[in-house]
Design a binder for this molecule. Structure first.
Ligand code: BG6
Length: 510
């Protein structure tokens, strides 16, 4: 632990939906990594809550098995430490007396046994339809009220609502039960190192900020491309679609961090105020503009290239409509691209193009800042007129780093220019960081820092931006689905979205 870190307060973490995938793949490994780095307090315990009936003993063996699977070779001492402080209670979430009564008793036993004060955080890794109900039962059983200097916090997984109205309703229900400062709306993109580094890159250096505006920047492109399809999540995904699944949360977070003004401090509300201003400055589309500024796609069958020595050539994969739990004539989009305008002093006339999709050519997420061309082409008739512009690329995943593209003279007697790159790669500089992306977020919740969590007004503003698109798309079902083959860069209309403006997507391949 470095000198400027704070040990988390002693506390109990209660996970609702503890037998699901998220706990196994992300939450346990994240807790383990925090313990390895000495970030967890000595007074700490985890209680899993699920529908399944199971003893604490059985839950512990699941926990150990998932750590063995997801963190490689876990340290036996840390495993034992976790085993000694992991518990479980199961039952029907609708039955407030039995399940929540048992939970209350268990919390009482655990806090006494491990001498932990009444600091609890409840992680709702349940379907969103249970958020308000579970919170209400926790509160009704006296577990939500902060007293005697002890805290109670609630972390909600996404999606937070499925449109503006449902998100506002959910916020209102939660705020009738607990205070806004107790609510942590998680977006795991904010746990990614490269995403947090956007602010450090912009505001911890003096050379980038003076050119970070409409005078120098031509446009911004944000791509979150996934090679995966919908896997086993067809049921959820078919009712959500790419737009709801990725844009009001992950991608708009990337937009706000790229576009926001410097905050007055790094206090949670100062940072979130600036992010919220960007969301407010993005004008929702008039319905007649949706078809010009938004593109949807759905993948058909196709081939995925599989790099690596063991690959047996491209792998054929089925169309979205043939995935498990997806309707045979589904009209759900698996790709979405939007052209956003941020109507403020810094960004007027600088389009932000964003796109995301499943079953794309490769897994790649990045933010491309494309600068304007040099104002005057000095080297006429020397073979350099068609130079690329300058560009900063923030690579989010799978490679993590930053690249600056610029022109340089190719050695020789005539002036010939070539495009070159300057690269910063996390791995080379900092070595491999083992992280699930949830470590920082769990730790921040334990120390009460909500900077990397979404505030109610931000959630509402994000839904407000995408709502007109959702409305038009549901009123006018797509006629051309599937319109891109799996393993490609999406539908041709997405290319046209930029070509109409004289621009092209930068399809970076890792
Ligand atoms: C989730 C979406 O929030 O983010 C998934 O529901 C998506 O559909 C995932 O695959 C992407 O996360 P990451 O960290 O793999 O980019």
């Amino acid at each position: 632990m470095s000198d400027n870190t704070k040990t988390a307060d002693p506390c109990v973490m209660v996970i609702f939906g503890a037998t699901g995938d998220l706990t196994k793949r992300k939450l346990f490994p994240a807790l383990y990594n925090l313990a390895m780095d000495d970030f967890l307090p000595h007074g700490f315990a985890v209680i899993g809550v699920g529908r399944q009936e199971m003893t604490s003993e059985e839950f512990r063996s699941h926990m150990v098995a998932s750590l063995r699977e997801f963190v490689g070779k876990p340290d036996e001492k840390i495993l034992k430490w976790f085993e000694e402080r992991t518990y479980y209670t199961g039952g029907d979430f609708d039955d407030d007396k039995k399940l929540f009564g048992d939970l209350k008793d268990l919390i009482g036993d655990v806090t006494t046994k491990h001498q932990i004060p009444d600091n609890f955080f409840f992680y709702l890794a349940t379907p969103p339809s249970l958020f308000a109900n579970v919170t209400q039962k926790v509160v009704k059983n006296g577990l939500g009220k902060e007293e005697n200097g002890n805290w109670r916090r609630f972390i909600y997984e996404k999606p937070f609502g499925h449109d503006l109205e449902s998100a506002e309703k959910l916020n209102a229900s939660l705020l009738r039960l607990v205070k806004e400062r107790q609510i942590y709306r998680i977006d795991h993109y904010l746990g990614k190192e490269t995403v947090q580094n956007i602010l450090v890159f912009r505001f911890g250096n003096s050379i980038f900020e003076p050119i970070w505006n409409r005078n120098f920047i031509d446009h911004v492109q944000i791509t979150v491309a996934e090679k995966l399809g919908v896997e086993q999540r067809g049921g959820y995904y078919d009712s959500a679609g790419a737009l709801r699944d990725m844009i009001p949360n992950h991608i708009l977070q990337l937009v706000t961090l790229t576009a926001m003004e410097p905050p007055v401090s790094f206090e949670a509300d100062s940072v979130r105020d600036e992010q919220a201003k960007i969301l407010q400055a993005i004008q929702p589309y008039a319905p007649e503009n949706v078809l010009n500024c938004a593109v949807r796609g759905q993948y058909g069958e196709g081939k995925l290239s599989e790099p690596g020595p063991d690959a047996n050539g491209p792998r054929s994969v089925p169309a979205y409509r043939n995935e498990p739990n997806v309707a045979a004539y589904s009209n759900t989009e698996t790709f979405a691209a939007l052209k956003l305008a941020i109507d403020n002093w810094r960004w007027a006339d600088v389009p932000f193009y964003i796109r995301t999709g499943k079953r794309m050519a490769t897994r790649h997420s990045s933010i491309v800042i494309e600068f304007k061309k040099a104002p005057f082409m000095l080297f006429r008739e020397t073979g350099v007129e068609r130079l690329r512009t300058n560009r900063i690329v923030i690579h989010i995943q799978p490679d993590e780093g930053i690249t600056l593209h610029f022109g340089a003279k190719i050695p020789g007697p005539i002036v010939n220019m070539g495009a070159v790159d300057m690269d910063f790669n996390y791995l080379d500089h900092f070595g491999e960081q083992i992280s699930t992306g949830y470590e920082r977020l769990l730790y921040d919740c334990m120390i009460g820092d909500a900077t990397l969590f979404q505030r109610a007004d931000m959630v509402a503003a994000s839904w407000r931006i995408v709502e007109p698109v959702l409305d038009v798309w549901s009123a006018l079902p797509a006629r051309d689905f599937p319109n891109y083959p799996a393993g490609s860069w999406g539908p041709k209309e997405a290319d046209l979205l930029l070509e109409r403006d004289g621009r092209t997507w930068k399809n970076l391949v890792n």
